[in-house]
Ligand binder design. Sequence first.
Ligand code: FMN
Length: 158
Amino acid sequence: MSSVAVIYFSKTGNTEAMAEAVRAGMEEYEGDVEVELASVAEFDPADLTEYEGIILGSPTYYGIVAAPMKEFLDESISVHGDLSGKYGAAFASCGIEGGGSETTCLTLVKAMMVHGMTVKGFHDIGHYGPVSVGEPGADKKEECRQVGREIATIVAED
Ligand SMILES: Cc1cc2nc3c(=O)[nH]c(=O)nc-3n(C[C@H](O)[C@H](O)[C@H](O)COP(=O)(O)O)c2cc1C
């Protein structure tokens, strides 16, 4: 069975709500895909090798990812070279419109590309991954579920 890790940092719950919606979308996929939802504090980067898909989410802190997510990315050097070809996607939250959540998504996307991963873009929702200003509403949660469904489909049918 294919498996996907949804890994996030969240201090006040907005990014965590997005992560839960991504997981809900994966569970909507009617196939054999296992999903692990974990905060960066709960997930050992060395375990990334066990998943076919990796979806990362972070709040925007000063235009980029929050420090705990950056630390997680830096620690993932322990598996550098072993994630090549895995599938990835990103999502982010921020405080204000134009507050930098797209650059946060791109920071996550770039890190996954440095690992040699194949990162999913989206033509019909947030192109670099869903972005939410504050708490995600129904529309943003649906975008997150779409990401979950699409990544589940890719890893299950690859
Ligand atoms: C240290 C810090 C820096 C932040 N920097 C930004 C920023 O550059 N742009 C922005 O729009 N929001 C910024 N915010 C707001 C958060 O991105 C926003 O509240 C986010 O939804 C929090 O996610 P969380 O609830 O998952 O912790 C910042 C918040 C903190 C605590």
